[in-house]
Design a protein around this ligand. Structure first.
Ligand code: DC
Length: 219
């Protein structure tokens, strides 16, 4: 039975999961957990230590001692605020392979369960409804076409003064979709009991209102 009062929000890159999850958490008075940021902080730690996924025992040692925390919406690695550093392009490129590693996933799975197991969390990621919290009361699989996601991301980048062409943004999203859906462990897919919401033609407000309504109807 799915009884844990927790919203599992899964979906592909660039669909607006974290913005949506933060807003839903605010509306419900719940906490918000960004699991992508945990994978990014792990990738940053490996990068800083100069450790690769092939460095067996050194990697395990690093994972065992890793201190990743989320305070509010900021991400901390060993007490340092790394919220900006984890979004750097070099870390974004690294994180797909880091997040496909079984040892990394196991370490973060335990942390994610320890954080959310009492409920009242909105958790966004790729495998929250399928693997991390299969007992969540409310599972949403948020999608949007590659075109819609690329256009949103393109405008976001342009507002930050980044002139990456739309085509390149779309190609990057497709590459990440492919990596996330085809990896052997915990690939991105809709849980059988999740509700799919295609947000291609919806505003952020509409998506947030839909999820809050859906949650209240099933709570
Ligand atoms: O959502 P994001 O772009 O910050 O996620 C960063 C990476 O982590 C991305 O490559 C997918 C991966 N990820 C994952 O494998 N499982 C999760 N629950 C969350 C993110």
């Amino acid at each position: 039975m799915n009884h844990l009062p927790l919203i599992a929000l899964d979906g592909p890159s660039g669909v607006g999961k974290s913005t949506t999850a933060k807003r839903v958490a605010l509306e419900l008075g719940w906490n918000y957990l960004d699991t992508g940021a945990m994978f990014r902080a792990t990738a940053l730690a490996l990068h800083r230590a100069g450790i690769t996924l092939e460095d067996g025992s050194r990697l395990q040692l690093l994972l065992d001692g890793l201190r990743i925390e989320q305070r509010g919406t900021r991400e901390f690695l060993d007490g340092e605020d790394v919220s900006e550093a984890i979004r750097r392009p070099d870390i974004t490129r690294m994180v797909s392979s880091v997040s496909a590693d079984a040892r990394v996933r196991q370490m973060l799975l335990e942390q994610q369960r320890a954080i959310g197991s009492r409920g009242s969390w909105v958790v966004d990621g790729r495998d929250i409804g399928t693997v991390v919290f299969p007992n969540a009361c409310c599972k949403i699989f948020l999608t949007a076409s590659v075109d819609a996601r690329a256009r949103r991301r393109f405008l976001e980048l342009r507002n930050k003064g980044n002139a990456t062409p739309l085509e390149e943004v779309a190609q990057d999203l497709e590459r990440r979709d492919h990596q996330d859906t085809t990896r052997a462990i915990a690939p991105l897919r809709k849980a059988p009991d999740a509700t799919e919401l295609d947000s291609s033609n919806m505003s952020l407000e509409e998506v947030v209102a839909w999820i809050v309504r859906n949650h209240r109807a099933h709570a």
